[in-house]
Design a protein around this ligand. Structure first.
Ligand SMILES: Cc1cc2nc3c(=O)[nH]c(=O)nc-3n(C[C@H](O)[C@H](O)[C@H](O)COP(=O)(O)O)c2cc1C
Length: 349
């Protein structure tokens, strides 16, 4: 798969997973195995050396650059990029840090990345990949990028709100109703770029891809590649604590559900402990400690919970009061495997 100037042997992106579920170890090892590894940038400051509690924005860009450098130690020639969420306050700084830190691509969602080409203008070789969940969103991005920046996406990730983990790009009431058709959206986005812009860019399907059958189905249905998140959590190399991985190993299908994130988007997670998450936040950070999101119900109204700390706690292994994001397939995890084993199963005879 070729995205912009960057080519990988296998058509697989490991999805960015915040907070620090996909850090340098996971991204570096995926890149070393011949896929594209993504470091999730959101909240990366919270575990950075030198974090004092009140210098979040000051140290976050450098923390991301350090993480990229460590990933390149694992895969010096690999294709490694970042995942940057439009919804975060320091989006522009994280995009710049990604470019300065050597990210070969930036995958960006949780909002429409309408100004992304402007922020990366000095780094034309960095491939730009928006995440969408509708043809309309892809059209909006393409029109704006063309008009304002004379630039087009180098690939598009189409994320399925009915299966993917983390924040989802549809209204809560629409999710799971059967009205969303993932591969019709993939083919529609593909046709839009081909017919309107005469562009053949990779369209990458994200959400619900677990094994080789799912991968082959995605390719047969018109995707050029897949982005996978949940499958990579139960790997030795995943950057989350063992207890986070164990929560996947222990969960049942009915433990996975939808929450309303304070960011104003629905999210898919293990949902049993939502009350405990809020109680812990009210105890530890009764008012918003950092302002990490531009729009946040916890920041403005004290509603729901502090998502960056809830994700951070889970990543460190506090799954009682931490938020464990996961896709609908998390219950399928039965053992801790290696990234190489996943690549073997997916791609090798
Ligand atoms: C623990 C976890 C954290 C995630 N965090 C992010 C994130 O920070 N940014 C983002 O764009 N997507 C995030 N996602 C979505 C994944 O990158 C990926 O697109 C999605 O999970 C694909 O579906 P799958 O998990 O069924 O493979 C997250 C998913 C999980 C499971």
């Amino acid at each position: 798969m070729r995205i912009g100037k960057h080519e990988v042997p296998y058509p697989l992106i490991q999805g960015g997973m915040a907070v620090r579920v996909s850090g340098h170890r996971l991204a570096g090892n995926v890149a070393r195995c011949g896929g594209i590894g993504l470091i999730a940038s959101a909240g990366i400051a919270l575990n950075a050396p030198g974090f004092t509690g009140d210098n979040y924005f000051a140290i976050e860009p450098q923390a991301l650059k350090d993480e990229l450098a460590k990933a390149y130690e694992i895969a010096p020639d690999g294709v490694i990029g970042t995942n940057c969420m439009v919804a975060v306050t320091d989006y522009a700084e994280l995009i710049k840090a990604s470019c300065e830190g050597g990210a070969k691509l930036i995958v960006s969602g949780a909002g429409l990345p309408l100004n992304l080409p402007g922020l990366t203008a000095d780094w034309p070789d960095v491939a730009l990949v928006p995440i969408v969940s509708s043809i309309k969103a892809a059209e909006l991005i393409a029109r704006k990028w063309h008009k304002a920046y004379d630039r087009m996406p180098d690939a598009v990730v189409v994320e399925d709100p009915d299966t993917a983990g983390g924040h989802l790009g549809d209204k809560l009431e629409n999710i799971g109703t059967g009205q969303y058709d993932q591969y019709a959206t993939v083919r529609g986005v593909k046709a839009y770029f081909r017919d309107t812009w005469n562009l053949d860019i990779p369209i990458v399907a994200a959400g619900g891809v677990w094994d080789r059958v799912d991968l082959q189905n995605a390719l047969q249905q018109g995707a050029d590649g897949v982005q996978m998140g949940t499958r990579f959590v139960c790997t030795e190399e995943c950057d989350a604590a063992d207890a986070f991985k164990q929560a996947y190993l222990d969960c049942k299908e009915e433990d996975i559900g939808l929450i309303m994130s304070p960011a104003g988007l629905p999210g898919r997670a293990l949902v049993a402990n939502v009350e405990a998450i809020r109680e812990r936040d009210l105890e530890m950070t009764p008012t918003c400690p950092t302002g990490c999101l531009r729009k946040c119900a916890y920041k403005s109204e004290g509603e729901r919970f502090c998502i960056v700390h809830a994700l951070d706690r889970a990543q460190r292994g506090d799954i009682e009061t931490g938020l464990v994001f996961c896709g609908t397939n998390a219950w399928k995890a039965t053992r801790i495997e290696t990234v190489a084993e996943i690549f073997d199963e997916l791609f090798h005879d």
